[in-house]
Write a protein of this length. Structure first.
Length: 342
């Protein structure tokens, strides 16, 4: 939803576009879109992957109704372009646009498209993708990268000899797997890596419990910080020598920041897209990956200790990560939309 809002703001503010969103009642868009000042229309749609048979059947029954609702909305609004960013509502919206011969742009940040973009890929007018290998799923795809804040691209490399910093992050909700493992290893990790400090983003729901467990570990409290939500990510990346993270949209920020990382893909992510995202960085030498099936406190300690002690390895990963970054993605995506609008 955040990239969708960034694209919408760019089109509105730089190109004077009138933008409307189509979403579902269960998505984050019900809060974020109105807060951003855009109109939101709701349609029926639901999940097809990793759900019960009853949910799947209900979604299949709702799909034609969702397409009909989107056809009505498109005839009323008469857009020049429809942009699909994946998600529940994207399927009906893109299908309706294709049926009405409205130009369409698919936005795909992951190495392998989700179900919706895979289904409509051969019919869309164009696609903006993050990875070169993703282009084969679409007609007229352009490797644009992912919209990332400009200040992240301008971060300098970490200076040699500075105190080491480990950043643990997993989006606004944190990651339970990190919250449970890090308190078990923090004292030993800090003991074995002199000068290391740790910033751990736990998510607001698990903040207090994670702080209590960090404190109970006996680790020097001056060398660790547990936060619910990190508001200034450019500053956090700028101060980090190594990042422990999931492998969703964060991978684009890691590349833009030019930071070494240990990625733990969320095993239940749709179409296993986080593992495939991580594999792109691993194959480029820009990150290391630890799968959930192999994840335990002892293994995590060994992997973090090895990377934190190897400055040359981190420096090489950082350079390779930066080589995968693509600045100006937002402007390129907006330009593609404007081009399709004629």
């Amino acid at each position: 939803m955040v990239p969708a809002l960034a694209i919408a703001r760019e089109l509105r503010d730089k190109h004077g576009a009138d933008v409307r969103f189509v979403g579902t009642a269960r998505g984050l868009e019900t809060r974020l879109v109105p807060e951003a000042g855009f109109r939101l229309d709701l349609v029926r749609s639901g999940q097809l992957k990793n759900v019960s048979l009853a949910t799947r059947l209900r979604t299949l029954a709702d799909l034609p109704l969702g397409v009909v609702e989107c056809v009505r909305l498109l005839r009323e609004f008469r857009p020049q372009v429809v942009v699909g960013v994946g998600g529940y509502a994207s399927g009906p919206g893109m299908l309706a646009a294709i049926l009405l011969r409205v130009p369409t742009l698919a936005y795909e940040p992951n190495a392998v498209p989700g179900m919706t973009n895979r289904r409509v890929g051969r019919w869309v007018s164009a696609a903006a993708v993050n990875f070169a290998q993703t282009a084969r799923y679409f007609r007229h795809a352009e490797v644009t990268g992912v919209p990332v804040r400009a200040e992240i691209f301008s971060l300098p490399p970490r200076p040699a000899g500075a105190g080491l910093r480990l950043l643990v992050t997993a989006g606004s909700n944190g990651a339970l797997i990190f919250n449970e493992a890090m308190p078990k290893i923090v004292a030993q990790l800090l003991e074995e890596v002199p000068g290391l400090t740790i910033v751990h983003q736990a998510g607001t729901r698990r903040l207090e419990r994670t702080r209590v467990e960090f404190a109970a570990s006996g680790a020097d409290p001056s060398r660790w910080s547990v936060e619910g939500f990190l508001t200034d990510m450019p500053a956090q990346y700028g101060a980090a020598d190594l990042v422990l993270a999931r492998a969703g949209s964060t991978v684009a920020e890691l590349c833009a920041a030019g930071r070494a990382s240990l990625l733990v893909p969320f095993a239940a992510a749709a179409d296993d897209h986080q593992r495939k995202n991580a594999e792109v960085l691993v194959e480029a030498g820009a990150a290391e990956m630890l799968l959930e099936r192999d994840f335990n406190p002892e293994t995590l300690l060994a992997r973090l200790r090895g990377l934190l002690r190897d400055g040359d390895r981190r420096a090489s990963m950082a350079v390779r990560a930066r080589s995968l970054a693509r600045a100006g993605a937002l402007e390129r995506i907006a330009g593609m939309v404007v081009g399709l609008a004629g």
